[in-house]
Design a protein around this ligand. Sequence first.
Ligand code: KG4
Ligand code: ZN
Length: 419
Amino acid sequence: MPGNGLILAIESSCDETAAAVVQRGSRTLSSAVASQIATHARYGGVVPELASREHLRAVVPVVRAALAQANIALADLDAIAVTSGPGLAGALLVGITYAKALAYAQNIPLIAVNHLEGHIHAVLLNERESLQRQSSLEKGTGAPGLASETWDGSTSGDQPALALVVSGGHTHLYLARPAHGSWTYSLIGRTVDDAAGEAYDKVAKLLGLGYPGGPWIDNLALHGNPHAVPFAFSQIKTKLHLGGKPPRTKAARTAPIANLDPHFLFSFSGIKTAVLRYVELHNLRPEAEVRRETLFTGPDAPPSPTVDDALATCDLQTLDLIASFQHAVVGDLMKKTFAAQESLGVLRILVTGGVSANRELRSRFTAEAARRNLHVAFPTLALSTDNAAMIAAAAWPRLQAGQFAPSGLSADPSLALGK
Ligand code: KG4
Ligand code: ZN
């Protein structure tokens, strides 16, 4: 069994360069994230070449910051973990190359982690940390010390769970089952086109709001009527997608849809088009252009526009549109997640990924789970979006099981999770 169970993880799959040190998959010693939002914001989305360049700049300082925050040296580590996919090839390669070099220099194992599994472990890490805190308090021992740590990372909460990973690149439903200290995953449903976060980002761009769009829509939706525009999701016709046609977007590439129940499939490209039609029909485009110019791209745009700045540029019709869009997206995520939960008979739901930071999503999932007498959990806001603590947490069972990456590990932009 490895020494102190200290894992340094590196995450660089998209537009955040992150490093973290986590002990035994259950105690975060540090989590550093360098965001590239400022670089990509003016393009309204992630530019892959710029992402790779920014990762190259940030990876060494971010790893140093994570070690310094954790107050440990490279020599204290038991393993290095790194995201190997899915994500942007060039971005992933920066993290992988640096992680390999560190592992080789320290002569410690390298562990490859699937980014989606990482998102699921963000919730598990939070749950373990709070259980651990609780048990320390009950024993009256306060915070457990590094060397005296006896926690093995398992909790009584390690029961099968339905996990909804909902982010800018994914909207996937998995059945996650504990298996001998590790986890196995079965794909239950997923988007056949855009991810939910992608729809948030595209709708925000269309309305002249900032990047990423999720937080803007989350905040502005509070001021509109969610029932003003009746957006509807039609039942997905799987035959169309099973006809051998190649998937249309990056989100659809990570897993096959054959054999999945169409009731658990998502599609978010339609609502994006419906918003576009509404904007055109109600002539909201000129207002969106003025908003973009005033808040983000114009010479007099404030350095960091606030929600109040944005609110001042939105008429009621736009706010109603934003609130209705969000209400419909969250409603569809709920409908399919709870349908899958019912069909599988699991009593525990985990919702994770960037979109899980959304307030309406959290409150509606929480209320529905309570109504059904189910347990629902979300990561803390810091662990909802991309970070490396979740990668280190997912790597812990692998370290225990001796599942290490081959020396020829490379990036896999379409890496799938589970069967
Ligand atoms: O997990 P993440 O950081 O990166 C990916 O793996 O994609 O998720 C980023 C996505 C973006 O699409 C962003 O707009 C969305 O998460 N997001 C939100 C919120 N915060 C971030 N969507 C809705 N509400 C939010 N509060
Ligand atoms: Zn992510």
